[in-house]
Write a protein that binds this ligand. Structure first.
Ligand code: ATP
Ligand code: MG
Length: 238
């Protein structure tokens, strides 16, 4: 009954570098509904990050249609796309991508500074709430270099969530973390999902893929498998 939040229709992405054409995505049809938790797997170079960056409007496709909440986002100009990205999409990356000369609070606040309708007070409150959600409010004044990898990723999650995005896109969010911190990050994502959040996560790790409810597999830029995660395996995980 729930509507498609993301609908990709015959998406193709070609990269042109010097003489070489790389078909990174080909004939991608994918729908993600509100509240779904989807993992994306496949070998290195198969197009996982490219797929996420197209969904996150960080990169444009060369062919095909993309509807976000029913809105055709391909035909928007780049300023409008940036606005949609800022408001509707939260991103977390393997390398955290925090701004090194901003402290934790400022990093989380940064995307919200583009929301002119928010008062300063509302903005600060959202930052505080997001940091509390990831249990990092006690490190507001720290700089990224003064945090552990797990803490940096939690701040990155707070930054992604502070603006209440419609979807969280995570590209190997545990790739740079030890297993203990990876578990903490995965628990946070599970919690977000349990609260109704929509998540699409790239992961190489089958244990973490099991946290999602559906697994999409890419190979050579194409979706070769798309099925629900086996429930019994989820149940035996811990
Ligand atoms: N900016 C770019 N310019 C040219 N080619 C690119 C660019 N980004 C990606 N590619 C190519 O597109 C293909 C898909 O890359 P992508 O980064 O999406 O793979 P991936 O599945 O995320 O791999 P990994 O698991 O190693 O992160 C690769 O062949 C890659 O070389
Ligand atoms: Mg990648």
């Amino acid at each position: 009954m729930s509507a498609a939040l993301i609908k990709l229709n015959d998406i193709q992405k070609v990269f042109y570098t010097d003489e070489i054409e790389t078909l990174a995505l080909n004939n991608i049809h994918l729908e993600i509904k509100v509240g779904e938790y989807v993992s994306v797997a496949g070998p290195s170079g198969c197009g996982k990050s490219t797929l996420l960056s197209v969904m996150g409007l960080l990169n444009s496709s060369t062919e095909g249609q993309y509807f976000l909440e029913g809105q055709d986002v391909v035909s928007l100009n780049s300023a409008r796309q940036a606005e949609v990205r800022n408001r509707q999409i939260g991103f977390i990356f393997q390398a955290f991508n925090l701004v090194s000369d901003m402290n934790v609070f400022e990093n989380v606040e940064l995307p919200l500074t583009y929301r002119k309708e928010l008062s300063r007070k509302e903005r600060k409150e959202k930052v505080r709430q997001a940091l509390e959600k990831v249990d990092m409010a006690h490190r507001m004044k720290h700089f990224p270099s003064q945090l552990s990898g797990g803490q940096q990723q939690r701040v990155a999650i707070a930054r992604a969530l502070a603006g209440d995005p419609k979807v969280l896109l995570a590209d190997e969010p545990t790739g740079n973390l030890d297993s203990k911190n990876a578990e903490i990050v995965m628990d946070l994502l599970s919690e977000l999902h349990a609260q109704g959040g929509t998540i699409c996560m790239v992961t190489h790790d089958p244990r973490y893929a099991l946290r999602a409810k559906r697994q999409v597999t890419l190979f050579d830029g194409k979706i070769v498998d798309d099925q629900p995660t086996a429930n019994f395996r989820v149940g035996t995980e811990s």
